[in-house]
Design a protein around this ligand. Sequence first.
Ligand SMILES: C[S@@+](CC[C@H](N)C(=O)[O-])C[C@H]1O[C@@H](n2cnc3c(N)ncnc32)[C@H](O)[C@@H]1O
Length: 189
Amino acid sequence: MIERARADTTDPRVTYEVADAAAWRAPERPDVIVSNAMFQWVGRHIELLPGIADGAARAFAFQVPGNQDAPSHALLAATATEFGVTDFRRVDVREPVEYLAALQRPGWTVDVWESTYLHVLQGPDAVYEWISGTGARPVLARLDGAEREEFIARYKAELNIAYPPQDFGTVLPFRRILAVATRDQESSA
Ligand SMILES: C[S@@+](CC[C@H](N)C(=O)[O-])C[C@H]1O[C@@H](n2cnc3c(N)ncnc32)[C@H](O)[C@@H]1O
């Protein structure tokens, strides 16, 4: 993904680096630090957030999916258990109020909210096609051969019941949690 981004970028002000967010700190003090759909994969990330925000001169903003209790994920866990897969890597997302409490410190104004997007997906097994590229990957990686095929067939069937296809497509409600922490002006460096 990064190689592709580098190849596609013509703006000389843009650079890309690969790093583990658990250890990353802004090398210089940028005005803004933004993260999209990444912290859910970083264990105990809520403890990292204030330190990362401190690296920004003006604002730190991030978005994480808040759908770990949705039917798609409950069915994933239940079906995986049937196939003996119970110790797969799960996302670590907290409730909005926990992010607010973590980031709300003197000198900062924090805005946290959630929104449920109604994605309208097209094609057969549309929810499976979506989730097999994201949340289901840790389970799919643990299975192979006929067992993997059987798991996929079972999971697809469950998803098609929970998210029935309609004339216009299959609706996947997707909750997301968004946070913006802004330094109060008198505290700006
Ligand atoms: C759902 S994708 C989002 C990608 C991109 N931010 C976007 O909005 O399209 C999740 C990304 O988190 C990255 N990721 C997972 N764990 C990470 C970690 N510990 N440090 C940095 N990136 C991580 C993955 O490599 C993947 O690119």
